[in-house]
Write a protein that binds this ligand. Structure first.
Ligand SMILES: Nc1ncnc2c1ncn2[C@@H]1O[C@H](COP(=O)(O)OP(=O)(O)OP(=O)(O)O)[C@@H](O)[C@H]1O
Ligand SMILES: [Mg+2]
Length: 591
């Protein structure tokens, strides 16, 4: 678990927070519970018609007006049928309402989770498996619905049925009722004992299932490497191990559940047997009538059934609590690049970017940037060069505030980035990433991502400038060509050009280009650089590149070595110094 993930919330707070999730639905919940009450009421009436049939119509000792009275029999049977119909209808309405509420809450928490995951910084996502986050949104989140529909409502219904049934039974015959409920404490002890085990084992299942999802996702995402290195068997082996762990965890839980069912079922069976043994003797001695016995036995079932429901729902609830816990864990994770309360929105950008003694490390143990101070003036075209791993991409990613510096300040127009609204800051910046990220969809969708709602003409203009048009027009579907997941159906250079077109379309006052032409042939690079120069006019542009030829004429060049700024100046100035830049320049011009 990443170090900044908060401690798992306690079980009680999980329930409390789930309940809070349902607060907006309290009116429909009360309506549904009213139907639950009606349902319980009709269920409690159901044994009585049979009692009257046995004691008043079938019993020769009954009053002559009712004995063998067929009209009365028909009335009682119609009454019973009516009760069954009503109870079914009440059940239908209450269940539908409650499931609907549960599903609504589920949809809401999923959206909240997704929104929060999107807000969390790159640091968070770098440190964890996207498969695990996916699992929490798609699977663990269901716990919110389970807690209501398979937990709280059945518990409410069971407790109410239990209490009303117990009261009626006490009034009918308290000796027998006492006998029937002697197993109660034993039952509760068993429930308590198993519930804790089931919760722990459910957490293990969630974890191993989530690992399995991650494995699947990773294995399929890296399918090209798997094929290239012939690692299918190796991957399958790792998958099988994980599947085996998941199997063992599930089997363990199943065994616990079956054990608990055995213990609890046996206890109930003993209770029923004892009750029937004594009740039958009461009928023989004439203390109670036969009809009353049937009512009593029906009620006994209604007494034990909620006890059983309580057991199983407490298990379901424990399992769900484990899932909900994993959901709240994400929701509790604090953004580590937050918008300050008084943060201001950036409206008009001058474009002065300043680093003052900036140090940065992805983790505390190792600083990637050390004491970097620099200033980029509005409209300047600057470049960062340096060996691979020197920290160029890292430095660039501090400007849109993907990360906050460990020490020092990054400023835009003399304002600390931390005092600006992130979204507004990022609106001012067009970025071409080192690895072009494409989304599944068409070429048009991918360029249009730079400016939602852009017209076809605007998209085409950007596509022409970034030389996307050249290859798009060759394909039968043109801009409607599907790029495949992460753009796999395009060449790397084509992807890169789409990335550039996206930045063109965004038309932001600051432009960050991280090796925008690394995958292009020299001729395409030259034409794109020409258009890029056009685009750079009047904008502050920061470009990272290994191709010295493309940036030698920049306004300013910064040379990074191992996270430290070692040289800065114009191309000719740096050549004169005959230092790190000159070495890079000469090595490439020789090449
Ligand atoms: N997300 C990350 N988490 C942890 N460490 C990282 C992360 N990204 C980069 N690094 C480390 O930071 C250092 C600098 O990486 P960076 O990507 O900034 O280099 P670069 O100068 O852009 O290199 P290149 O020219 O190869 O693109 C590297 O040592 C790398 O291991
Ligand atoms: Mg880089």
């Amino acid at each position: 678990m990443p170090e900044f993930m908060p401690a798992a919330p306690s079980r009680w707070s999980v329930y409390r927070r789930t309940l809070r999730y349902y607060a907006p639905y309290s009116a429909p919940i009360f309506l549904a519970l009213a139907f639950v009450l009606l349902n319980i009421g009709t269920d409690l009436l159901k044994p009585w018609p049979l009692k009257y049939i046995i004691d008043s119509i079938l019993d020769p000792k009954a009053s002559p007006s009712t004995y063998h009275n067929l009209h009365y029999l028909l009335q009682l049977c119609l009454g019973l049928a009516g009760l069954c119909l009503l109870s079914g209808l009440f059940n239908l309405v209450s269940s539908y309402l409650l499931v609907k509420i549960g599903l609504k809450a589920l949809a809401r928490i999923r959206c909240d989770l997704f929104a929060h995951l999107q807000q969390l910084s790159l640091k968070f996502h770098d440190a964890r498996n996207s498969g695990d986050s996916m699992f929490r949104v798609s699977y663990d989140a269901q716990a919110i619905q389970t807690i209501l529909n398979r937990g709280l409502v059945p518990i409410f219904t069971a407790i109410l049925t239990l209490l009303t049934t117990a009261v009626i039974m006490f009034r009918m015959n308290w000796h027998l009722t006492l006998l029937a409920i002697t197993i109660g404490p034993l039952l509760f002890y068993a429930i308590y004992h198993y519930a804790d085990r089931i919760r722990r084992e459910s957490t293990l299942i969630s974890e191993s299932e989530s690992e399995l999802t991650s494995r699947t996702q990773e294995g399929l995402a890296a399918i090209r490497i798997v094929h290239a290195f012939g690692r299918e068997d190796y991957e399958l082996d790792r998958f099988q191990q994980q599947a085996q762990r998941s199997l063992s965890a599930n089997l363990k839980l199943t065994l616990t559940q079956l054990n608990s069912a055995l213990v609890i079922g046996t206890l109930m069976g003993f209770g029923t047997t004892a009750m029937i043994y004594f009740a039958a003797q009461h009928v023989i001695s004439g203390d109670i009538k036969l009809g009353e016995l049937t009512v009593f036995v029906s009620y006994l079932a209604m007494l034990y059934q909620p006890l059983q429901t309580l057991t199983y729902t407490s298990f379901a609830l424990e399992g769900a609590a484990a899932g909900a816990q994993r959901v709240f864990e994400i929701l509790d994770t604090k953004e580590d690049v937050p918008d300050k309360p008084g943060a201001v929105a950036v409206k008009h950008v001058g474009g002065i970017i300043e680093f003052a003694s900036v140090a940065f490390g992805y983790d505390e143990a190792r600083l990637i940037l050390k004491d970097v101070s620099l200033r980029i003036d509005p409209g300047q075209r600057v470049a960062f060069v340096g060996a691979t791993g020197a920290g160029k991409t890292t430095l660039l990613s501090l400007i849109p505030r993907f990360y906050d510096p460990t020490k020092g300040v990054v400023q835009l127009d003399a304002m600390d980035l931390k005092n600006l609204k992130k979204k507004s800051l990022r609106e001012q910046i067009g970025i071409v990433l080192q690895d072009t990220m494409l989304l599944a969809g068409t070429i048009r969708d991918n360029i249009g991502y730079g400016k939602l709602g852009a017209s076809d003409a605007e998209i085409e203009r950007a596509a022409v400038a970034a030389r996307v048009h050249d290859f798009a027009k060759e394909t039968p579907k043109g801009y409607a060509t599907e790029v495949g997941e992460r753009g796999v159906r395009l060449s790397v250079g084509q992807r890169q050009r789409i990335g550039i077109a996206r930045a063109f379309l965004k038309n932001a006052p600051i432009l960050l280009l991280d090796e925008p032409t690394s995958a292009l042939d020299p001729q395409t690079e030259a034409t794109i650089m020409e258009t890029l120069r056009e685009l750079m006019k009047g904008r502050t542009t920061v470009m990272v590149t290994h191709r010295i030829g493309t940036i030698h004429d920049c306004d300013r060049i910064f040379v990074l070595e191992n996270g430290t700024l070692v040289e800065q100046g114009t191309g000719p100035e740096l050549l004169q110094r005959n230092g790190a830049y000159a070495r890079l320049y000469h090595s490439q011009s020789r090449g």
